[in-house]
Design a protein. Structure first.
Length: 245
């Protein structure tokens, strides 16, 4: 147990909270601005920094421009390696956005607002994830016309490093709650990217050398790990949720 959690438990045990009286009646009569799901997501869109979308656009162009000049099969294999080495940086962009509250020591304050920190993180991740998902679909559609691999193989080869970066970043965010979290996550993205390039240089037919079953099992294991770490992270942000509704 880290020092922060230990301190919180000690404070809770030292101060006994008084029993609430007429809590339900008070909450029922409390005037709260009603916001539907669409309005909530649109409000969060305004808080995402513009440079996040700018950097994502730059990375997308880096991924797409070389694709226009691919003509030979050996270049295709090299492009897959390049693409799978760039994709992990999409994770870093999302992480730097959702970890701002932790990096600037605002997490506990946002936990007690009308919308919890967990809900805010889910909304912003959904917005950025949707942009990345649309780009990924478009990229796979283009690749399917230029490559001899099927869609499943392309997904496995390209997005396994992405899932590995997601798992590593979420694991770090669950245990590091200070301004250094972005540096650690950046280190993970760079490590995965360089490791992917290094493995390709060692074994240029890496994607054919390892069976599809291996890539599939690895991807499934990483998806399970990402879901587990994501649930753990969201739950850790709901500690101070005051539950109006």
């Amino acid at each position: 147990m880290n020092k922060d959690k230990k301190l919180k438990l000690e404070i809770k045990s030292a101060y006994e909270l008084p029993e609430s009286h007429r809590k339900k009646e008070f909450l029922m009569n409390l005037e709260v601005p009603k916001t539907n799901l669409c309005e909530f997501f649109m409000s969060q869109l305004k808080y995402i920094r513009k440079r996040v979308f700018f950097i994502e656009t730059i990375i997308m162009l880096i991924c797409l421009i070389p694709l226009l000049n691919l003509k030979y099969s050996n270049a295709n294999i090299k492009y897959i390696s390049m693409l799978s080495s760039i994709i992990p940086f999409f994770v870093l962009i999302v992480v730097t956005e959702i970890s701002r509250s932790i990096a600037y020591n605002m997490a506990e304050l946002e936990m007690t607002t009308r919308y919890s920190l967990g809900q805010i993180i889910i909304a912003r991740t959904t917005i950025l994830g949707s942009v990345n998902f649309i780009f990924s679909i478009f990229l796979l559609m283009v690749l399917s016309f230029k490559f001899e691999y099927n869609i499943l193989n392309l997904c496995l080869y390209i997005f396994t490093p992405f899932l590995l970066t997601c798992f590593g970043s979420l694991y770090v965010m669950n245990y590091v709650r200070n301004k250094n979290v972005n540096f650690y996550c950046a280190g993970i993205s760079i490590f995965v990217s360089l490791a992917n390039i290094f493995l390709y240089d060692m074994k240029s037919d890496l994607y054919n050398y390892l069976s599809v079953q291996f890539w599939l099992m690895l991807s499934i294991a990483l998806i399970v790990g990402v879901i587990f770490q994501a649930i753990k992270f969201i739950r850790s942000t709901e500690e101070y949720n005051w539950n109006l509704l």
